[in-house]
Design a protein around this ligand. Structure first.
Ligand code: SAM
Length: 299
């Protein structure tokens, strides 16, 4: 069930003959609606780094599937002889398919290999990280990406335990760290798993690289819509839309004048799902949609 579907479609202001990019095709829910709005001249470029998404691609001449990371947006658009697009959507994070397939290793509900790679051609799984990262690096990941309250103790415990025990599966890992769980175990494991997932898939850097290319790729008045699911991602998107950089710093031009950002913020506050949508689709709970528009050169 696509999150904030109507809000995304409204926000993209789709031009029927335009070219649109869905950076996170997944089950194709958002793409399906975009295609409904496009005429026979329109085009949809659908990225997904998970090969499993390919089976959801419709038989439709207007669709180009790019089975790669969206951090290579511009490169693959060029490859398909596209220099500018009218709109870009990214619905970040994992799909229900990925979460519900036990063997992908994303969910704390199952026991399977601790994998968590969205792109199964990548080398490093979550288990590899637990085996090979230093204590300091593990500490940083759990603190920054999971906001785990006792991240230092957790990192120390992992490094100690891995000397004598395997941490290859979800249950092995959960049992090994059970003694240091703080508060509600379900919430604790969710934070720990989120941190590992972000690291395995280098999610924040991929998002930054996508944002950096977006204004080059957008036509004047083209729209960029990003759905995030946690505050780390949302902060990056908010800062980039507002200031043109991830740190949220106001930049001056050569003459000391405040530099105008190439993107104009359309959603001063993020759009969040209604209570009704959350009831129907609990995955929507923490979602936030932000929309920006590429400024016309004359503005
Ligand atoms: C939340 S789901 C998208 C669901 C989709 N909007 C729908 O309506 O079905 C996110 C999808 O994006 C993919 N994905 C996440 N990060 C990616 C990245 N950096 N590059 C390419 N695909 C990515 C995941 O593999 C997953 O299939």
């Amino acid at each position: 069930m696509p999150v904030l579907l109507h809000e995304v479609i409204d926000g993209l202001q789709i031009i029927p003959s335009g070219i649109y990019v869905d950076c996170t095709f997944g089950g194709g829910g958002h793409s399906k609606k975009i295609l409904e709005k496009l005429s026979s001249e329109g085009k949809l470029v659908a990225f997904d780094q998970d090969e499993d998404a390919r089976k959801n691609i419709p038989q439709d001449e207007r669709v180009i599937f790019v089975p790669h990371n969206f951090r290579h947006l511009q490169r693959f658009l060029r490859f398909h002889k596209i220099s500018k697009v009218n709109g870009i959507l990214a619905d970040l994070g994992v799909s229900s398919h990925q979460i519900n397939e036990a063997e992908r290793g994303f969910s704390t509900r199952f026991n399977a290999a601790l994998d968590m790679r969205m792109n199964q051609n990548e080398k490093t799984s979550a288990a590899d990280i637990l085996k090979s990262y230093s204590e300091e690096k593990l500490h940083k990941i759990f603190e920054q990406y999971g906001e785990v309250t006792n991240s230092k103790t957790l990192a120390k415990t992992i490094v100690e335990i891995r000397k004598s025990q395997a941490l290859d599966t979800i249950n092995e890992f959960k049992n090994a760290i059970y003694a240091v769980v703080k508060g509600n175990p379900e919430k604790y494991f969710a934070q720990v798993f989120q941190a590992l997932r972000i690291e395995v898939n280098d999610e924040l850097n991929a998002l930054k690289e996508l944002l950096q290319q977006s204004s080059d790729v957008l036509e004047d008045e083209g729209r960029l819509a990003i759905i995030t699911f946690h505050s780390l991602e949302d902060r990056i998107v908010k800062n980039f839309f507002r200031y043109g950089n991830m740190e949220g710093e106001q930049a001056n031009d050569l003459y000391g004048k405040l530099r105008t950002n190439e993107l104009k913020v359309i959603t001063k506050k993020p759009i969040i799902p209604s209570a009704e949508e959350i009831k129907m689709n609990p995955r929507a709970r923490s979602s936030k949609l932000r929309i920006a528009e590429k400024r016309k050169v004359s503005e």
